[in-house]
Structure formats: structure tokens, C-alpha cells
Design a protein around this ligand. Structure first.
Ligand SMILES: Cc1cc2nc3c(=O)[nH]c(=O)nc-3n(C[C@H](O)[C@H](O)[C@H](O)COP(=O)(O)OP(=O)(O)OC[C@H]3O[C@@H](n4cnc5c(N)ncnc54)[C@H](O)[C@@H]3O)c2cc1C
Length: 382
């Protein structure tokens, strides 16, 4: 999402983008894309209710002059650390510049709803970009104090030609970063029982959020599940990750071999990152995923795909999760496919999102996912 910011403090100017984005996230449910089926309706309803929940979080976060994250004004954070994950990505840790008791509640509201982001400001160019806070898992380096102080962490890829990501990677520790939010990107409805999350690159950040939000709802009676398929360009991003289910797949290459598009199974090509044993050398993101797995055993699987090793997500990789439907399962238990990553990745998997009347809409379902027999799965492009 590219946005220019005419000014930063008043509701009428900086609020413009927030409003546009809010409607952008929800608009496609009121005007379903041609591909939308009745099964999409439950997602639509949930989105509407999330708009209300988001509004609640929004109202609670209105505290313009404080250090509390809010959707109207930019709040100052300090860069605590920037740890490289790979040659092109880093883990950023930020804390609010000024103490505020309100942040914990603002974050918690957002975590409960589903996937959320904040907008970072590039002050010289007056532009903003969206980034996805990582959840706090058992593997996190955040202490309880840091959590209480409102620290946030981000996995950010440096685009060599990108304005904001380059700017962020050029900042020294201690520098100020201004952000506003939270912006609800996707609601995970309460009745969701299973998520298939297809992530490309830094699209893993919303996948971690979705996993965190969904699995936090675990009770004795309710054991939701999430399957994450993560395609990376560089091994360093996912080093140490071992695929849980990709080992038995049948290979099939497609035309889109340039960017995460075709499928080649580990049957012919052993799991790319499986060779690297789990250790402290694992990438920070892999450690986060592993922490979720050990916290919720049996409820999360992760499969890794690597451009560098010609291992791409293919139709077979998706269909085995779609097919694994238990016919005795309660039809009220909803299933959701989420797709997140670079534009080309989303387009290839599910078709492009489209712009209409100043809003970004979901667009018709196309791409690889359309070729699957989706049954009762709903699809949402992030
Ligand atoms: C909801 C959401 C959450 C996100 N979360 C994350 C996250 O957690 N981590 C993360 O790393 N990213 C995330 N992103 C992506 C992020 O917002 C930025 O898009 C990304 O960092 C690139 O921004 P940039 O300003 O660095 O690059 P830009 O300046 O926007 O440029 C991006 C690319 O487009 C090219 N480009 C720019 N203008 C033109 C033009 N006119 N013609 C041709 N090419 C052009 C540039 O050369 C560059 O390669 C998220 C995006 C969204 C929408």
C-alpha cells in the first residue's frame, strides 16, 4: 500500500488515508466479487462485525497527545534494535517514545480481532507504508516488562529501490519512528476452525498474527488449526525451518517459476530447509513459528518453499489441505484461506485485488486457488 501523507496531525488530512483504507479492507464484502459464493457470506458478516470491533478499538485509542497508538495521529516510537534476519530483511523492535498505559489495551483489542497493521511515516517524503506487528510468542525476545511498555516488533524486507523500507533500514538505534494504527486488515471470525495461510516473503508476518489470534482461542472443546505455507526467496529468511507436511507431495512445475509460482515437491527435491537442524541458528521467524508449534502442539503445521532451491508452492500443496475435510465435521466450523505477500504473489495465487471508486477491493477469485475444489473454504486476499 503506497500512500502519501499531506499532513500529519489533523483528522481531516491524516484521517483521509485511514478512512480510505478502512473501507478498502471491507468494501468487497458489501459488493461481492463475481467469484464470491454463498460460503463467503459468513466472512462478510464477520467483517462487518469486525468493523464495529475495530471502531471500539479505535475509540479507545483516541488519546491524541499521549503516547498511545491511535488511528488519527502519528505516535512516536523509538527504534530499540534492528537485527538482520537475512541480507534483505531485519527484525525491528520499537517501543513507544513516551510512556502510556493505553497501548496494551489497544494492541490486545487488535490481536483479538485478527490481522492488523500500522502505518509508518517517512517524514522527509511525507509518505507512509503499512507494516505488520509480530505477535509475542514464547520465543520472543520481549520480556514481560517490555510487553507492558508497549514494545512492538516487525519483520521488514529492505526493497533496494523502496522509499520507506530503505529509510527504515537506514535508521540508527534510538531514532524515532512515527506510526499510526491499528488498522484491522482481516477479521478472523470466532467460528473459524481452520486456516490455510499462503504467505510469500514478509507475508509471514500476518500469518504469525493469524496463528496467534486463532490459536489463542483454544479451549478444551475448541482446537482450531492453522496450516502455513511460506514461500521465501532467500534461505536465510527461513533457515532452520523444517516442513511438516511438504515431504509427500507430487512434483508439478508451472509457468510461473520466476516468483514462487510452481510446485516441485520434496519427493524429488528434499525439503529445502529441512537439512538445517533446529538450533539457535534458525532464523528469528522460524523460531517464532516453532514457538507457536510447541505452545499449540498438533494445531499448527508449517511448510517451507524456497525460490533459491526451486521449491515453489503448487496446486497439490494446497489441495491436500482442502481435501482433508472430515465429512462428519460440523458445517458451522468455518474454514478460511488467507493469502498474503507481494502483489504478484497474491495475483498468482488468488487473482489481483482491484481498485474501484478509490477503494481497493478483493477482486474476483482467480489464479491457482480458483482451480481448486474449494468446498466450504472462504478466501481472503490480504
Ligand atoms: C497491510 C500491509 C502490511 C504489510 N506488512 C509488511 C511487513 O510486515 N513487512 C514488510 O516488509 N512489508 C510489509 N508490507 C509492505 C510495505 O507496506 C511496503 O509496501 C514495502 O515495504 C515497500 O515499500 P517501500 O516504500 O520501501 O517501496 P516503494 O517505494 O513503495 O517501492 C516498491 C517497489 O516498487 C517499485 N516502484 C515504485 N514506484 C514505481 C513506479 N512508478 N514504477 C515502477 N516501479 C515502481 C520500487 O522500485 C520498488 O521496487 C505490508 C503491506 C501492507 C499493505
Amino acid at each position: 500500500m503506497k500512500s502519501s501523507i499531506p499532513s500529519f496531525c489533523c483528522r481531516c488530512s491524516s484521517g483521509l488515508r485511514s478512512t480510505a483504507t478502512r473501507s478498502r479492507r471491507y468494501a468487497s464484502t458489501s459488493a461481492p466479487p463475481p467469484s464470491a459464493s454463498p460460503k463467503s457470506r459468513w466472512l462478510g458478516l464477520a467483517v462487518v462485525s469486525a468493523a464495529a470491533a475495530g471502531a471500539g478499538a479505535y475509540i479507545r485509542s483516541q488519546s491524541p497527545s499521549s503516547g498511545t497508538l491511535n488511528q488519527e495521529t502519528f505516535t512516536k516510537y523509538s527504534l530499540v534494535s534492528r537485527e538482520p534476519v537475512s541480507a534483505t530483511s531485519s527484525l525491528f523492535t520499537l517501543r513507544p517514545r513516551y510512556h502510556s498505559d493505553g497501548n496494551y489495551e489497544v494492541y490486545e483489542d487488535a490481536w483479538r480481532i485478527g490481522v492488523w497493521s500500522v502505518m509508518f511515516k517517512q517524514p522527509q517524503l511525507q509518505i507512509g507504508r503499512d507494516y505488520t506487528p509480530l505477535p509475542t510468542t514464547a520465543a520472543t525476545s520481549l520480556s514481560v516488562d517490555e510487553e507492558n511498555e508497549g514494545y512492538l516488533r516487525f519483520f521488514i524486507r529492505k526493497d533496494p529501490f523502496g522509499e520507506v523500507s530503505r529509510y527504515l533500514h537506514s535508521l540508527e538505534v534510538g531514532a524515532d519512528i512515527e506510526m499510526r494504527g491499528p488498522q484491522i486488515e482481516c477479521v478472523i471470525p470466532e467460528e473459524t476452525q481452520e486456516i490455510l495461510f499462503i504467505a510469500g516473503g514478509t507475508g509471514i508476518a500476518p500469518a504469525l498474527q493469524a496463528g496467534y489470534s486463532l490459536l489463542n482461542r483454544t479451549t478444551k472443546e475448541n482446537r482450531p488449526r492453522i496450516h502455513i505455507l511460506w514461500a521465501s526467496r532467500l534461505k536465510a529468511d527461513c533457515v532452520g525451518g523444517e516442513s511438516d507436511t511438504a515431504k509427500a507431495l507430487v512434483p508439478s512445475r508451472s509457468w510461473f517459476s520466476g516468483w514462487l509460482g510452481s510446485s516441485q515437491s520434496s519427493a524429488s527435491n528434499p525439503p529445502a530447509v529441512a537439512a538445517v537442524s533446529q538450533s539457535q541458528n534458525s532464523s528469528l521467524v522460524v523460531r517464532e513459528l516453532e514457538a507457536l508449534k510447541s505452545q499449540y502442539p498438533g494445531q499448527i503445521t508449517v511448510d517451507y518453499y524456497l525460490d533459491e532451491e526451486n521449491r515453489f508452492i503448487g496446486k497439490n500443496d494446497l489441495s491436500k489441505f482442502i481435501k482433508s475435510t472430515d465429512p462428519t465435521e460440523d458445517p458451522q466450523k468455518r474454514k478460511l484461506i488467507l493469502v498474503s505477500g507481494p502483489e504478484g504473489f497474491i495475483s498468482y495465487m488468488a487473482g489481483p485485488k482491484v481498485w474501484a471508486q478509490g477503494q481497493e477491493l478483493q477482486g474476483p477469485l482467480q489464479g491457482m486457488i480458483k482451480e481448486l475444489d474449494l468446498k466450504d473454504w472462504a478466501v481472503w486476499k490480504l
